[in-house]
Design a protein around this ligand. Structure first.
Ligand SMILES: *Cc1c(COP(=O)(O)O)cnc(C)c1O
Length: 391
């Protein structure tokens, strides 16, 4: 019997170590990791420069708290601001916490402007923003909310792509609109570019802030540093997390200067947020992701992968109905239960991640090589053959 709370339906796989895009079980079996710990291990496993940064910092200083100056935190904030629309950054430890900061900030900003009655946030069907009480309400998924008491007040959900519904949902109490540029958990749904442009215009007209949840898409996953770069629309507030620490827990909320300035000493905080260990690793992640050519490489890999996936879809249209996504955040909409494909892939020693809408997500580390892409496609073909009873 496990002493763990039964919150997860875990596979029996148990990994001992990893190297690049590969994981090795305690029995010595090698698995091709196209889940990357749910888009977290962006630089793969045991990346030498991340290991070096962690080990070096571990011998010097782990934690001091935000009562004191933290040079590496200042540096990471400056670098994230320089590489984005933002001017100010708050560090947290997870995606949900980064999103909590984003929502608190959107409300605080309206209050600071003298409109404290504006606290509601418009969100979209299929959204996922994390598992805190407020983020459950933001996501609005009944299965996630059930049994946890009244949902936190202040979230209004509409259909993605329905701009009239968004306009109708805007009222005197609306503070912000929150969207994932690409829904990850929701099934790899890319937000239509024109729609996001219309959201930006509505925010400008009505004095709302536009919040992007880039917890899954940020830090290169889509082939640009941030997914919003594909949209020609900038947010006012943005949450990032998953890839930021390459596996070390860290999240961040970014904002434009005028908005971030609504916070004051005492407004918000985190004991662990932005501690020296997390900052050392996140700065090392950024060193790699910002290297010239790195993101171009992700786009080239994505193109190769998408072309091959389209070929496999042609061969097995009953198994793979659609290939969608951006960069290396790809989704296979399945004609069989998505869990069956995840299991068939695991039998071929390849890891993938299920998502809503009967989708299987393929999220390799961003450092994945062409040979590994080719190998993944061979394994996927074998899994499809098995599911169609052909092998
Ligand atoms: C994973 C995820 C979160 C939640 O992050 P946690 O670190 O699990 O709290 C929030 N938003 C999006 C888009 C995510 O993919």
């Amino acid at each position: 019997m496990s002493a763990l709370m039964p919150t997860y339906a875990r596979s029996a796989l148990d990994f001992e170590r990893g190297e690049g895009a590969w994981l090795v079980t305690t029995d010595g079996e090698r698995y091709l990791d196209f889940g990357a710990g749910i888009a977290v291990s962006a630089l793969g496993h045991a990346h030498p420069s991340l290991v070096a940064a962690l080990v070096e910092q571990a011998g010097k200083l782990w934690h001091t708290s935000n009562l004191y100056q933290i040079g590496a935190q200042e540096r990471l904030a400056e670098r994230l601001a320089a590489a984005s629309f933002a001017d100010l950054v708050f560090f947290a430890n997870s995606g949900a916490e980064a999103m909590e900061c984003a929502i608190k900030l959107a409300r605080k900003y309206q209050a600071a402007r003298g409109e404290p009655e504006r606290f509601r946030v418009i969100t979209f069907a299929g959204a996922f923003h994390g598992r805190t009480l407020a983020m459950l309400a933001a996501g609005g998924k009944p299965e996630h909310l059930e049994g946890f008491g009244p949902a936190v007040e202040g979230f209004d959900q509409v259909q993605m792509g329905d701009i009239d519904a968004v306009e109708e949902a805007i009222g005197d109490n609306t503070a912000a609109i929150l969207i994932e540029p690409v829904q990850g958990e929701g099934g790899v749904n890319v937000a239509p570019r024109e729609f996001v442009g219309q959201l930006r215009a509505l925010c400008d007209t009505h004095g709302l802030t536009l919040i992007f949840d880039e917890v899954q898409t940020g830090l290169g996953r889509t082939g640009r540093l941030f997914a919003y770069e594909w949209l020609d629309v900038e947010p006012d507030i943005m949450a990032i997390a998953k890839a930021l620490g390459g596996g070390f827990p860290v999240g961040a909320c970014l904002a434009r200067a005028e908005i971030g300035a609504a916070m004051a000493p005492g407004s918000h905080g985190s004991t662990f947020g932005g501690n020296p260990l997390a900052m050392a690793v996140a700065n090392a992640v950024l060193d790699v992701v910002l290297e010239p050519g790195f993101l171009d490489g992700v786009q080239e890999t994505s193109l190769r992968f998408k072309q091959k996936l389209a070929g496999i879809q042609d061969t097995y249209p009953g198994i793979i109905e659609e290939v969608r996504g951006e960069g290396l955040l790809l989704g296979l909409r399945c004609g069989v239960p998505n869990g069956d494909l995840v299991k068939a892939l695991a039998k071929e020693k390849m890891l993938s991640v299920p998502a809503a809408d009967n989708v299987v997500r393929l999220l390799p580390p961003l450092i994945v090589g062409d040979e590994e892409i080719d190998e993944a496609c061979l394994r996927l073909e074998r899994a499809c053959a098995e599911l169609s009873g052909g092998a």
